[in-house]
Design a protein around this ligand. Structure first.
Ligand SMILES: Cc1cc2nc3c(=O)[nH]c(=O)nc-3n(C[C@H](O)[C@H](O)[C@H](O)COP(=O)(O)OP(=O)(O)OC[C@H]3O[C@@H](n4cnc5c(N)ncnc54)[C@H](O)[C@@H]3O)c2cc1C
Length: 309
């Protein structure tokens, strides 16, 4: 499928949907890094039926579909994304499924911002998500990458995940049928997370808020949270820390074009202004090579590199 094919058959079909549809949408406007060329079409369905229609039509026409959350963990090519970027931003509610004196079960839509979920849990006196404090993006993106910090991973509180497959059909996968691993959930390519059910234990709301704030303060002191980044560039290798290895390889402050290795945390690359995906990739190659030379470690990307090559 090419942009031309989107223009012809797909445009008319898309105009009938309950969805916000934009053609040649600049992905830099949808990524935390502010990098990325145009997606052929950027679709924000407003109903499950519209999402289902999009996925079915995409399958029939061979159009690639890229699900996007908050865009906080992706590096999008300067040449953009072929096919459809599908945003779940319009699915952004949370509801309590059940509650007793010890715990509560919540269903949270994929497009619900992760930090809003944490604040909601704190207000209700529900514990289990505090370690995720300060992680930007949406719940769907956090589930897709099993987001985590401070010995807490989102999988720890998940009961099941609702998915829509390429035929537009919905299924609910219990946690033990999902291959959660370090920053990985193994969601089949092309399937979309609709939402997830969480089980959280009851606690004192003030204690939950206090712990959450402590994690945020800790994160702020160690990571350049206010800058344009995509979070940690590399996964921590077994028994070590990618940031420490990059720092020890002398890479802090290293720069290609507008992209710079953060002086605060070496595993964050910052777009200081006007940086491109090409700059970012080239800095990644330089850093990987220096780390390999100095420590022998082979760093593996944590960020998702997406789009046209
Ligand atoms: C300042 C900063 C700090 C960060 N700190 C942390 C941290 O401490 N720990 C951590 O784990 N991460 C961290 N991150 C990375 C990032 O915020 C998380 O990985 C976040 O959970 C990604 O969510 P997102 O909605 O932005 O996903 P996106 O970046 O939009 O997408 C990431 C991946 O998930 C897929 N995806 C998104 N939504 C869906 C969906 N509904 N269905 C199917 N697939 C989907 C995308 O296709 C893509 O492959 C940080 C990032 C920044 C910028």
């Amino acid at each position: 499928m090419t942009a031309g094919m989107v223009d012809k058959g797909f445009k008319e079909f898309l105009s009938t949907l309950d969805a916000d549809v934009r053609f040649d949408e600049q992905m830099k406007d949808h990524t935390y890094l502010a990098i990325g060329g145009p997606a052929d079409v950027f679709i924000t369905p407003r109903s499950v039926a519209s999402l289902s229609s999009v996925l079915k039509a995409a399958k029939e026409t061979g159009m690639p579909v890229f699900p996007i959350g908050g865009g906080t963990n992706i590096l999008v090519s300067d040449m953009g994304i072929e096919g459809a970027a599908v945003s779940m931003a319009a699915f952004n509610e949370v509801r309590t499924l059940s509650e007793d004196s010890d715990s509560a079960s919540l269903y949270v839509d994929a497009g619900f911002p992760l930090m809003r979920l944490l604040r909601h849990a704190a207000e209700k006196g529900l514990t289990g998500t505090e370690g995720l404090a300060g992680i930007p993006g949406q719940v769907g993106g956090a589930v897709a990458g099993n987001a985590g910090a401070f010995d807490c991973e989102i999988k720890d509180v998940i009961v099941n995940v609702s998915l829509m497959n390429k035929d537009g059909n919905i299924r609910k996968l219990p946690k033990d049928e999902i291959n959660f691993d370090y920053r990985y959930a193994g969601i089949p390519q092309g399937e979309i997370i609709l939402g997830a059910e969480f089980s959280l234990a009851k606690d004192d709301p003030e204690a939950v808020s206090k712990r959450m704030q402590e994690f945020i303060d800790e994160k702020k002191s160690r990571q350049p949270l206010g800058e344009r980044s995509a979070g940690c560039v590399y996964k921590n290798p077994e028994g070590g820390f990618a940031g420490k290895l990059i720092d020890e390889a002398g890479c802090k402050g290293m720069r290609v074009g507008g992209i710079e290795v953060s002086a605060l945390h070496a595993n964050f690359f910052i777009n200081t202004g006007g940086g491109t995906a090409t700059d970012y990739m080239s800095l990644m190659l330089k850093v990987v090579s220096k780390v390999r030379t100095t420590s022998g470690a082979v760093l593996e990307p944590e960020i998702r590199v997406v789009g046209r090559c």
